[in-house]
Design a protein around this ligand. Structure first.
Ligand code: 2YJ
Length: 267
């Protein structure tokens, strides 16, 4: 899924600029409510640590993470050692930000602040920001969130803060109802297919792709997660914003930089 990233990062920036008007650096900072333009990110150094626990190393994962960070203009190395030893190596080699993932958590750790940014929130924030860019703002606009899990529920609360009119849908309706109840003004869809067919702005946080025939002409679909393969006709009628790792990683890095700068200011 991610092995192609090493060669394609400028492609990601090109696609993001075309679809959202932002490159990865700008999108990462905007996703967390910050502005990259006044920040010199080149002074930061990051490390990507391979983690063997659980299902183990995913070939190319830590390398792809490092490529994404470099694409943002930040130096990043992959540690030679893994796990705890790798974390120590990252500190020894002067990393300000340390990225690592096991099967449950993907985080970026700010060494200066002793705080971390987590991927579930940052994936939600990144894809909402990408949708906002593509739609020219979200205030007052109807947005459908498919999936009421960790990423979907974060998307709903971020959208609510931005003034969007949110509908949330999940194959397990109780999950959608619970997320809607926690976010006043949000509606839980009765029928996920009907809600999809009526939506022009869609965030797909569910693990399954959206059936192409449900997507309306002119829709914008911002969709993290698994590779979503659509036929030519579907791709021609809607705009799809998707990449396997970068849009979720950029806000994590941006958040760590902001954490580190806040810590510096407090000294
Ligand atoms: O270092 C490695 O190569 C592996 N330990 C990477 C594991 C990557 N982990 C995942 O992809 C998990 N599904 C992350 C869950 C993040 C939740 N948003």
């Amino acid at each position: 899924m991610i092995s192609g990233l090493s060669d394609g990062l400028s492609d990601i920036d090109r696609a993001l600029l075309r679809d959202t008007g932002m490159n990865l650096l700008t999108l990462g900072f905007r996703a967390i409510g910050a502005d990259a333009s006044g920040i010199d990110v080149s002074g930061f150094r990051a490390a990507s640590v391979p983690i063997t626990s659980g299902l183990g190393i995913i070939g190319g994962f830590s390398r792809s993470v490092a490529d994404i960070v470099r694409d943002m203009g930040i130096e990043c190395f992959v540690t030679e050692h893994t796990d705890v030893w790798g974390f120590g190596e990252a500190l020894d080699r002067g990393a300000d930000i340390i990225l690592m993932a096991d099967d449950e958590q993907y985080m970026a750790y700010s060494v200066a602040a002793g705080k971390y940014a987590n991927n579930s929130f940052c994936t939600a924030a990144g894809y909402v920001e990408a949708l906002r860019g593509a739609a020219g703002g979200l205030d007052g606009k109807a947005v459908l969130v498919r999936g009421a899990g960790r990423v979907g529920s974060n998307m709903v609360s971020i959208l609510c803060r931005q003034g969007a009119k949110v509908t949330v849908a999940d194959v397990v309706r109780e999950k959608a109802t619970a997320v809607a109840a926690a976010n006043p003004g949000t509606v839980a869809a009765d029928d996920i297919e009907e809600a999809t067919a009526e939506a022009r702005l869609i965030l797909n946080a569910s693990p399954s792709p959206i059936p192409g025939d449900l997507i309306m002409e002119g829709a914008v679909v911002s969709t993290p997660g698994i590779p979503h393969v659509y036929d030519e006709a579907t791709l021609a009628k809607a705009k799809f914003i998707h990449d396997p790792l970068a849009i979720g990683t950029a806000p994590m890095v941006a958040q760590c930089i902001v954490y580190s700068m806040e810590k510096e200011r407090c000294k």
